[in-house]
Ligand binder design. Structure first.
Ligand SMILES: C[S@@+](CC[C@H](N)C(=O)[O-])C[C@H]1O[C@@H](n2cnc3c(N)ncnc32)[C@H](O)[C@@H]1O
Length: 322
């Protein structure tokens, strides 16, 4: 038995539960609270049900549909719902079939083993207007360029394999999801994104309409010979700010950092170490000094959650960096 957030969860050796993904679930809870709307939620690959039970206990006004194709998982989900004294509709179906049989949802959570690709089409179809699609990808080897052919096949793009590879990976994944959305005249705009350990996570809002879709497609392009990828914002800065009001002790620092970088409209960032190496500098300046100097010169600058020594800035002159 484990406790996560306000949920008590019985686990079992045959049903997936990864404590490392707690932050992924924490952020989802915070984001739903910051959206502050009544929502019908589909947790299409729920495993122990921990995510849904946390939504039911930690977010107001949600109605939750929980699904997993494993019989054992579903048995455990039902036990965990009882244990936590909360109610949800539980199904035992293949995730896409589950979605297609239902009317539609305001929030759909795709949290697969590996790539989310097989579930995108049905999820996009069943996402309501203004609905939010939450996607996890635990497919870093393809998206960050360890296996470039795999990235080409699965994500229709050229990956990046340097200090910016995680940001590029997110942007490539976002474009892929947006292309599926475009087929159904749904413009999927990222409202919050992050990369952590072995996974990527993005939340996209559905804005229906051909014109909006055309605007999304115009923001696809190349970056440092990688892509095509989404070159628009990774975050909605207003939402990111609001999320701070709902952050818990475990998410506070992470959200504060993202809140700072979300204010800077720039694709990519520089790594102080990589730049010093390139410039053959013997001394590496401290990150806080680099940021302070850029700010003094009138530029926006912040740390980035993607890399410990990464600096995001709207300054485009490399000579000004350090
Ligand atoms: C990574 S785990 C989900 C973890 C869970 N969302 C959480 O936050 O703890 C993936 C789950 O998807 C289920 N699954 C895998 N393929 C599926 C499919 N095609 N349809 C429905 N469920 C599936 C597995 O049984 C497993 O429980």
């Amino acid at each position: 038995m484990i406790t996560e957030g306000l949920a008590k969860i019985k686990t079992s050796k045959n049903v997936f539960y990864n404590p490392v993904m707690k932050l992924n679930r924490d952020i989802s809870v915070v984001l739903l609270n910051a959206l502050g709307r009544k929502m019908t939620i589909a947790d299409i690959m729920a495993a122990t049900g921990v995510r849904s039970i946390r939504f039911l206990k930690e977010v107001k006004g949600v109605k939750v549909f929980i699904n997993d194709n494993s019989k054992e998982a579903v048995k455990l989900i039902k036990q965990n719902l009882k244990l936590n004294k909360v109610k949800a509709t539980v199904s035992n179906e293949e995730a896409s079939l589950f979605l297609l049989k239902n009317k539609g949802f305001d929030y759909i959570d795709i949290d697969p083993f590996g790539t989310p690709n097989p579930f995108l089409d049905s999820a996009v179809k069943k996402l309501s207007r203004e609905g939010v699609l939450a996607v996890t990808s635990t497919d870093p080897a393809a998206l960050t360029g360890t296996y470039p052919n795999s990235c080409r096949r699965k994500y229709w793009a050229e990956p990046l394999h340097n200090h910016m590879m995680h940001e590029a990976a997110l942007r490539i994944l976002i474009r892929k999801i947006q292309l599926i959305g475009a087929q159904y005249d749904k413009a999927l705009i990222p409202i919050f994104s992050f990369s952590k350990e072995h996974y990527l996570r993005v939340f996209l809002k559905n804005e229906k309409g051909k014109k909006k879709v055309d605007e999304v497609l115009k923001k696809h392009g190349m970056f440092e010979k990688a892509g095509p990828m989404w070159l628009g914002n990774l975050w909605d800065p207003k939402l990111t700010e609001r999320m701070l009001d709902f952050s818990s002790y475990d998410t506070r620092k992470f959200l504060e950092m993202i809140n700072e970088e979300a204010k800077i409209d720039a694709v990519g960032f520089f790594s102080i170490h990589s730049l010093c190496k390139k410039l053959k500098r013997s001394q590496t300046p401290k990150i806080d000094e680099v940021i302070e100097n850029l700010r003094k010169k009138g530029y926006k600058a912040s740390r980035t959650h993607f890399l410990g020594d990464g600096v995001r800035t709207n300054c485009t002159k490399t000579a000004e960096y350090i």
